[in-house]
Design a protein around this ligand. Structure first.
Ligand code: ADP
Length: 161
């Protein structure tokens, strides 16, 4: 089951929210900053023990002060024009996050539009990759695709239809 929801991912009561993190896992701007602010300093302390995360992979922590029980930190690719494996790395970020959720027995997971902010991935292409990868690898999970703005919400809805 996949749905699109518009709003702030930090407010969601799900088993895991996904963080569009950077490779250091030590916090940043955008959704990463919002998640760390809402989760409190315990999240950063736990992230410091992980030693970072390569692009396309994912790591799991507790949710700390969030309603969500866990945060799955994944690192999407920085857009470099499209010929640097960006599409496969973005699919891999979604795939590895879904796999980690399943390994931990989670059933509900919410994703932001990974890589489409500071990392510059074209939002329409990213929405199609999100929809396809979750359809192919999201079996047994209730997935929320979170759009922060209405343009992204529309792209995600189109990609799912
Ligand atoms: P990246 O570095 O992977 O591009 P960003 O955080 O810059 O990550 O942006 C990813 C997406 O997350 C963008 O579409 C941005 O609008 C969105 N976003 C930012 N803050 C939030 C939030 N609190 N909840 C949900 N989505 C958010």
């Amino acid at each position: 089951m996949i749905r699109v929801w518009q709003g702030d991912i930090t407010t969601l009561d799900v088993d895991a929210i996904v963080n569009a993190a950077n490779a250091s896992l030590l916090g940043g701007g955008g959704v990463d900053g919002a998640i760390h602010r809402a989760a409190g300093p315990g999240l950063l302390a736990e992230c410091r023990t992980l030693g970072g995360c390569p692009t396309g992979e994912a790591r799991i922590t507790g949710g700390h002060k969030l309603k969500a029980r866990h945060v799955i930190h994944t690192v999407g690719p920085v857009w470099k024009g499209g010929d640097a494996g960006e599409a496969e790395l973005l699919a891999s970020a979604y795939r590895n996050s879904l796999a980690l959720a399943r390994e931990h027995g989670l059933t509900s997971i919410a994703f932001p539009a990974i890589s489409t902010g500071i990392y510059g991935f074209p939002a329409d292409q990213a929405a199609r990759i999100a929809a396809t990868t979750i359809r192919d690898h999201g079996d047994g999970l209730t997935v929320t695709l979170v759009a922060f703005d209405s343009a992204t919400a529309q792209l995600l809805a189109e990609a799912l239809s």
